[in-house]
Design a protein around this ligand. Structure first.
Ligand code: NAD
Ligand code: IPM
Ligand code: MN
Length: 350
């Protein structure tokens, strides 16, 4: 586990508390090793993680990460020095981000009830717009030019599409929405569409809709109940996976699983949110994104009953407004909400 920066260090203990409660309940052996890799470490050592950091992590079954990045260190140093290399070196090419409206959390959209918003964003996580190919010339002058290349490979697009089609195929509605911007002058987007059409021929039961990203964002707000599984490139998936939890009341409950489906390398589980410098140190961060990510980690490791027990505890706890943290309109602290969820896991029937 890498608590990281800001509220990452505050929500991590609650994530561990919930995961350990579920492990005790289901007799699962778990042991942790703690890595203090963070912006603070960079300020002391000039590195976000040691040179052999990836190698050190490779012997674990999973990585549990809080949040990375803080205003004391430029984002391109902190994120490119820790989070992004882990995703890439371990080929965690799926970023799976569920979006759900829970009973007890007030929805910013009118007339929506729990069940109306319940979908997955499947984000490509290793290539696309997140590419280090590019550069700046004439830096600082009026003639400065900055070029950024996107990289879409057939292997990279097909493997994320396959995962998304498989997921849609397993869900009752079997609907897949694909996000592109094929009407812009962007070569990669018609290519992505062609890959979707080809993949769709292998999944005749899955209903596929292709959307331009601009109207898709509007639809997320106007008719989120339309969506079941939504697949998109690295950048589009990033944006959609903040908008998704945004329409369910708070970004802070959203989890993510950075998955290497081959199992060759560890997968990584982390909340969607960042280090929240504006509230760090106050003990009021919502730990649910971290806890739900822990549930996804246990499911990934082969313990679906432990996952379900954590999810039931989250659902039950959110029904009582006394348990809500300020981002959900309540007054509870991080520790109060975390302890209530852990107690519910301990008490929950399996
Ligand atoms: P952020 O998610 O940290 O914060 C956005 C807003 O949401 C803030 O107002 C914050 O207070 C609130 N918020 C976020 N998580 C919350 C929680 N658990 N409980 C209550 N409120 C919460 O996004 P940002 O401000 O754009 O980024 C801050 C730093 O985090 C930057 O350095 C950014 O690069 C980094 N970041 C890291 C990750 C990651 O590690 N995966 C993800 C996103 C951002
Ligand atoms: C996320 C974050 C990261 C991303 C940043 C911090 C690099 O926003 O996990 O969604 O863009 O992937
Ligand atoms: Mn993001």
């Amino acid at each position: 586990m890498i608590p990281g920066d800001g509220i990452g260090t505050e929500v991590m203990p609650e994530g561990i508390r919930a995961v350990e409660a579920a492990c005790r309940k289901f007799d699962i052996d778990i042991s942790w090793e703690w890595f203090d890799w963070s912006c603070e470490t960079w300020l002391k050592t000039g590195r976000m993680m040691p040179e052999d950091g990836i190698e050190q992590l490779s012997k674990f079954d999973a990585v549990y990460l809080g949040a990375v990045g803080f205003p004391t260190v430029p984002d391109h140093i902190s994120l490119w020095g820790l989070l992004i290399p882990i995703r890439r070196e371990f080929e965690q090419y799926i970023n799976l981000r569920p979006v759900r409206l829970f009973e007890g959390v007030s929805c910013p959209l009118a007339n929506k009830k729990p069940g109306d918003i319940d979908f997955y964003v499947v984000r490509e996580n290793c290539e696309g717009e997140y590419s280090d190919i590019g550069g700046r010339i004439y830096s600082g002058s009026d003639h400065e030019v900055v070029v950024q290349q996107s990289v879409f490979t057939k292997r990279g697009v097909n493997r994320v599409l396959k995962y998304a089609f498989d997921l849609a195929h397993k869900r009752p509605r079997q609907q897949l929405a694909s996000a592109t911007k094929s009407n812009g002058i962007i070569h990669s987007m018609p290519f992505w569409d062609e890959c979707v059409e080809e993949m769709a021929t292998h999944y005749p039961q899955v209903k596929v809709d292709k959307y331009h990203i601009d109207i898709l964002t509007a639809n997320f707000v106007n008719k989120p109940e339309t969506y079941d599984v939504v697949v998109g490139s690295n950048l589009f998936g990033d944006i959609l996976s903040d908008l998704g939890p945004g329409i369910t009341g708070t970004i802070a409950i959203a989890p993510s699983a950075n998955i290497n489906p081959t199992g060759d390398f560890p997968s990584m589980f982390e909340p969607v949110h960042g280090s929240a410098p504006d509230i760090a140190g106050q003990g009021i961060a919502n730990p649910i994104g971290m806890i739900w990510s822990g549930a996804m980690m246990l499911e990934h490791l082969g313990y679906p009953e432990a996952h379900d027990s954590i999810m039931r505890a989250i659902e039950e706890t959110l029904k009582n407004s006394e348990n809500l943290t300020p981002d959900m309109g309540g007054k509870a602290t991080t520790a109060q909400l975390g302890e209530t969820i852990a107690a519910s896991i301990r008490g929950c029937e399996s």
